[in-house]
Design a protein around this ligand. Structure first.
Ligand code: Q46
Ligand code: ZN
Ligand code: ZN
Length: 314
């Protein structure tokens, strides 16, 4: 397989695009895809301050690298969840620190235990009805939004790529979860006071392309997955979708793009478009569906029970 641009040996063959590229041209092609997504989905304009949520994994560090290469003033935010298994959270933090130091990039760290007194596994143990992942999702959404809002960032960028989004879309479609389907988008505008705009600039790229980018670019990331991700339904859906892709290259991309188009043309169920009424949390001010405390603030109530998630879900 040869690079279609220069004839040198290709490092990657992207069957859905019928495109093979050498290392040099692949490292040019990936940022161009990201730039196209930023423009097409009106994510942010040059000069707007971007906060990148970085986990220490390949996708978020590659996203940060690409935004810096494209000239955007992108700053990182790492949330230390306090996951002790194999020092997962501390090793991830070291990868982020090393990445930032090599590039002179600005970043901040929020340590959940340092800031709020308990790690994610500890909160999940204390709150009956909560798993580590549901606690983690809630805490991360809250902190990301809060830091972005208080720091005056125009936008919060996350490293979700096409495989992540297609797996979520597949799950939401299987459950016909129209409320979630209505909100799944490459760009989520700041729909309520206190929420910031959220964007997914890697939306045009497959996970294997991001793995190749990190490798060719020499980005040192944490290889281990979070220990709680084992057996996650999303991983099962990803493997099903990869079987589909294997038989029909481009199937994942077309499923996602057709969904965006159908929704833009108003072909989703009518209730999908209905707006949920939001109220400011009486303690932290972030938007929540029920009056009173938001789900994040309720985590710190000492009753030991949690009845679910009423905070914004993105
Ligand atoms: S970090 Fe958190 Fe994931 Fe680990 S505890 Fe679950 S949600 S698996 S993206
Ligand atoms: Zn080439
Ligand atoms: Zn609150």
């Amino acid at each position: 397989m040869k690079c279609v641009k220069c004839g040198q040996p290709a490092v990657i063959n992207m069957r859905q695009h019928r495109l093979g590229l050498c290392a040099e041209h692949f490292l040019e092609w990936v940022p161009a895809q990201v730039e196209r997504a930023i423009e097409k989905y009106e994510m942010f304009a040059p000069g707007e301050r971007v906060l990148v949520a970085v986990s220490g994994g390949k996708d978020s560090l590659s996203l940060w690298d690409i935004l810096l290469r494209l000239g955007y003033p992108a700053e990182g935010l790492y949330i230390n969840l306090g996951i002790p298994h194999l020092e997962y959270s501390n090793v991830s933090q070291q990868k982020v620190e090393q990445f930032a130091a090599e590039r002179g990039a600005a970043f901040r760290v929020v340590n959940v235990q340092g800031e709020y007194g308990q790690t994610i596994p500890e909160i999940a143990r204390r709150k009956r009805g909560r798993t580590p992942c549901s606690t983690c999702g809630l805490v991360k959404r809250h902190i990301l939004n809060q830091v972005a809002r208080d720091g005056g960032y125009a936008v919060l960028a996350t490293g979700h790529q096409l495989d992540d989004e297609v797996a979520v879309l597949f799950q939401n479609t299987l459950h016909w979860a129209t409320g979630y389907l209505a909100r799944q988008a490459p760009t989520l505008p700041a729909s309520h006071p206190g929420l910031v705009r959220k964007v997914k600039p890697l939306i045009r790229l497959y996970e294997r392309e991001m793995a190749a980018y990190a490798l060719v670019r020499g980005i040192d990331y944490v290889y281990e997955e979070c220990p709680y991700s084992r057996g996650a339904t999303t991983l099962f859906y990803k493997s099903l979708l990869n079987q589909l892709e294997e038989a029909s290259p481009g199937a994942k991309q077309s499923f996602y793009l057709s969904f965006l188009q159908a929704r833009a043309e108003g072909h989703l169920l009518p209730e999908a478009a209905s707006e949920v009424e939001m109220h400011p949390c009486s303690r932290c001010g972030q938007s929540t569906t029920a009056p009173g405390l938001c789900a994040f603030c309720r985590l710190w109530e000492m009753d030991g029970i949690d009845h679910g998630d009423t905070e914004n879900t993105e």
